[in-house]
Ligand binder design. Structure first.
Ligand code: HEM
Length: 445
């Protein structure tokens, strides 16, 4: 164990050799490995990637607040995490930094305010209704791929309120899955890059990324030429104007942002919906309470249903889709007794924060009531399902609406039971469940 007491006072942790030695354990099960290390080093530790490359992982709420909010100006997204992603998904909000990011964020943020999103509710509800009308029933159904498909359809329909052919929908979905899978392997196993010139694997994916852009260019050109009125996200992106110049985004910029909204918004929501269904199946009391609370009111009224909100919040506490994030220090910095040089990468470990037994009673239990008994919890410093500070999730209201509508419509139509198998966690870019097998029965005609 190495406690680096030179010019900087880095948290205790692993030396370069220990980090390399343990890298297999880390890659095979990052959540288990990081959680264990958090226990050993009391919630914050250093890992060493190279002689000049330190990583500080932390589930300390004060430290996380400091990095993401109080001193956010000193922190960017690191190249380590974004450079490869940009090659496939462009430099939209999630992967950009500095002045470019700020300008884009200011431009796009108003479109995601709650009142603006109301124009999308009908699209979201209809897409869910269509999907649930062909949702399979029976024993041991894996709901993860189904949730993934419905959340993909919801984002595509909310972006482009047009009838895309099933062939194009299938192509978009396949390319997205393929690019995401490739990116995960590329980041987790960087040695693979040595073989790309021989296998051509990277070029194949880059061609798919180019095909995505080609499809979106076609849709945008058609839209620019149309005189019909739309209220979808594409309309919002095309009509937004920069404050300083009054100009609109170029086609390439619009495509970058479209790609990022799909990238950031579809898997996160699919994961959360799947974890939610599993938790509700396993906690019949909570499911019954929820169903009873749906007896009055329309689907849109469910956005004001406190118990539903609490249920979603509790699912995101236990299984935060964004289980970690990362930042790089632009200048030397310090927090409490720790100090560290510029270029240090800081990894806020939301999963650990959300399950910290010093902060949460019965931390491993699914208890939606905790968010009712103490309404301030959802906005507290111990809880960051959507991140914090200026880079907080831009789609949080969209996601809450989508997940609420889904659970409302799903529980009106189906009853669920656990299949007896507890889903494993697959912490890739997001925290995916590894198969959520449920027994599903239709309760309406
Ligand atoms: C349950 C669903 C979701 C979760 C848990 C989630 C979580 C997060 C988190 C934690 C961040 C901050 C990352 C960081 O600080 O590094 C983030 C950023 C972002 N999210 Fe979400 N998200 C969800 C759904 C969505 C949806 C539906 C959209 C779009 C429609 C979206 C779009 C974005 C974008 C564009 C960013 C980057 C913002 C920026 O850097 O300015 N997210 N999300």
């Amino acid at each position: 164990m190495d406690s680096e007491k030179k010019k900087y006072n880095l948290p205790a942790g692993y030396s370069i050799f220990q980090t390399a030695f343990k890298s297999n354990d880390f890659v095979s099960n990052p959540i288990k490995f990081i959680s264990k290390s958090m226990e050993i080093f009391s919630g914050t530790y250093t890992a060493t990637l190279g002689f000049n490359r330190k990583l500080i992982l932390t589930q300390n709420q004060g430290f996380i607040n400091y990095i993401l909010k109080e001193n956010h100006r000193n922190y960017n997204k690191s190249k380590l995490a974004t450079e490869r992603a940009v090659a496939f998904f462009g430099k939209g909000l999630l992967f950009s930094n500095g002045d470019y990011w700020l300008r884009q964020r200011r431009l796009i943020q108003p479109g995601f305010h709650r009142e603006k999103l109301q124009g999308l509710y009908t699209i979201i509800i209809n897409t869910i209704d269509d999907y649930l009308s062909v949702f399979p029933t029976g024993k041991s159904i894996d709901v993860y791929p189904l949730a993934n498909q419905v959340s993909f359809n919801i984002l595509i329909q909310s972006l482009f309120d047009i009838q895309l052919s099933p062939k194009i929908m299938e192509e978009l979905s396949q390319i997205f899955t393929s690019l995401q899978d490739f990116l995960i392997k590329d980041i987790n196993q960087p040695f693979r890059r040595i073989f790309y010139p021989f296998t051509g694997a990277e070029n194949v994916e880059l061609k798919k990324a180019a095909r995505l852009r080609e499809i979106f260019t076609g849709i945008i050109n058609e839209r620019r030429a149309s005189d019909k009125n739309y209220t979808d996200l594409l309309d919002m992106l095309l009509k937004s104007r920069y404050e300083d110049t009054g100009e609109a985004m170029s086609n390439e910029q619009v495509i970058d942002e479209v790609l990022i909204l799909i990238f950031a918004g579809h898997e996160t929501t699919a994961n959360t919906i799947s974890w939610l269904l599993y938790l509700l199946a396993a906690n019949i009391g909570a499911a019954q309470k929820l169903t009873a609370s749906f007896n009055t009111g329309t689907v849109e009224d469910c956005l004001n249903n406190d118990y539903l909100k609490a249920t979603i919040n509790e699912a995101m506490r236990l299984y935060p889709a964004a289980y970690v994030t990362e930042r790089v220090a632009l200048e030397d910095d310090s927090f409490e007794n720790f100090s560290f040089p510029k270029n240090t990468i800081i990894i806020p470990f939301f999963f650990g924060l959300h399950r910290d037994k010093n902060l949460w009673d019965d931390e491993l239990k699914f208890l939606p009531e905790r968010f009712i008994d103490d309404a301030s919890l959802a906005k507290s410093k111990n809880y960051f399902p959507f991140g914090a500070g200026p880079r907080m999730c831009i789609g949080n209201n969209f996601a809450m609406a989508e997940m609420s509508f889904f659970i409302f419509l799903f529980l009106k139509k189906f009853s669920i039971k656990p299949s007896g198998q507890i889903p494993g966690m697959r912490p890739l870019i997001t925290l995916r469940p590894d198969k959520v097998l449920l027994d599903i029965e239709c309760i309406t005609e």
